[in-house]
Design a protein around this ligand. Sequence first.
Ligand SMILES: Nc1ncnc2c1ncn2[C@@H]1O[C@H](COP(=O)(O)OP(=O)(O)OP(=O)(O)O)[C@@H](O)[C@H]1O
Ligand SMILES: [Mg+2]
Length: 266
Amino acid sequence: MTYQKNQVLLKADNVHLSYGDKVILREINFTIQDIVRPNVQQGQVVSLIGRSGIGKTQLFKILAGMNKPTSGKVTIGKDMHEVREGEVGVVSQNYILFNHRTVQINLEIALAHNDKNYTDSDKINLIKDYADKFNLSEHLEKYPLQLSGGQRQRVSILQQALTSNKFILLDEPFSGLDALVIDKVVDLLLKISTLDELNTLIIVSHDIENTLAISDTAFIMANQPNKQGATITEKLDLIEMGFAWEKDIKKEHKFQDLVNDMKFKI
Ligand SMILES: Nc1ncnc2c1ncn2[C@@H]1O[C@H](COP(=O)(O)OP(=O)(O)OP(=O)(O)O)[C@@H](O)[C@H]1O
Ligand SMILES: [Mg+2]
């Protein structure tokens, strides 16, 4: 597998978070680099995996610029400036759809925030095209509350993909979905990750199997003995392991062995 890791796209630099004297996050350090592959428009899929209550959503909010860390910083972009809220697309568990607007209008609103200058007919066609790819065509005139949880989640992911944000953060994108819908969400995320060289998905989840299956890099978040606060205890380079960019990787024994190993580490 030939590939290179080039410029740094995002850096978490010694991020700490405390509430009063309770330490939630400690010494969080990682970088995300642009992956370049010949003849492929290859984006990045990076995950942070840890058990419930470890601090994933807290870190998610810091990465999205929605919360400030107690110390340390998260920087992005060519000039590595500190991340600002709104620069990173966010798919939270309580989806940010406008419930009094149809799916179509929700997607048009997302496109209005896109800095590419689409004409109105471009926009209509783009939404049609995406809705078709993601099995949402028959739902465009519905309101979010008339959709199932899985459909709502796909609209929410699509909404973020239509804004021109290169970074899309997803908090527990697989929770509450059945296996079939998970596979659709996985396909959708993989498609988004190859739409643009710089597209970068960051997934925060406790679902080890599905998250590892679509990631090129995964960081394990856990506590260490006698230390307060969660930190990154392990980095998995799934490209080097031969598990990245492989459809049907979940069926491979070696991959399942890794999933089982990680159950004891989170
Ligand atoms: N405002 C706050 N004040 C004090 N503690 C907080 C505050 N917000 C969150 N916490 C604590 O931070 C810890 C991490 O919470 P977080 O929501 O990040 O967990 P998580 O890993 O996302 O869990 P889950 O997988 O269940 O979503 C929890 O122990 C929580 O009680
Ligand atoms: Mg959470």
